[in-house]
Design a protein around this ligand. Sequence first.
Ligand code: CO
Length: 293
Amino acid sequence: MKTIKHLTLLLFVTLLFVEVVNVKANTSKRIKNKKAILLVHFGTTIESAQKTLKNIDQVFKSEFPNTEIRWAFSAKFIRKKLRKSGINYDSPEQALAKLGEDGYKKVAVQSLHTIPGSEYNNLKHTVKAFNNMPKGTQTVVLGKPLLFSHKDMINASKALLTNISNKRKSKEAVLFMGHGSHHNANIYYPALQYYISKQDKNTFIGTVEGAPLIEDIIPELKERKIKTVWLMPLMSVVGDHALNDLAGDEDDSWKSRLKQLGFKVKVYNKATADMPQVLDIWVSHLKKIWNNL
Ligand code: CO
């Protein structure tokens, strides 16, 4: 009887030991494979645009539950300006260093930029540098911006048109204001024009700081005998450009310039990141890299 008691006790102790070892192994495995997401936005100083950023955050949190999701702003001048008002956003480099310090070995960085331009390409360098970081991040991967593949162009065109469809009549034109870039990837704007024209001939893509400019688009509006133009931003947040360069009351805003030329102008200042179908594209880009991480 005594031996049986002893054997039972021994078995119990052994099982307990095995369990402890198992828990330990699982914990270290979890730490080793701790994955996180870093969302990188250009950044904005406009207070009212904060709700759009919150919306992005909520969508990603619901698509990637129980996951560490952090933010960084890629524009240095925006971070600097915000700092002066006591608002601190990390640069992508700062955010990745902190993630490494906090034990996240694998990080999926999602670009919330529109085109694969300078901001995206800078981020690509950063992501590369944070791979195999001593005592820090080990595998860091980057998700594509909104417009990248043939499929993105079709889906983005659909998304943009869907969001204005219940407001405008088909004879009314829609003119989107993209940011534009000196980077070669500016070509994505005229490319989007091609794709969106296939879906709707009265839709136009222009830029504030790249090509095509509004000067290039006005003759086309006239040629198509357009009387009413809807103005919309092709930007993830309604920031300074959308509020002032697009829809501002100054003489040189797109709204004023088109009005001066006799067009009837209507503004629908909706950020692309407030369009669920646009968010779907960024989410799908992140899922692609997340599942292989
Ligand atoms: Co700008």
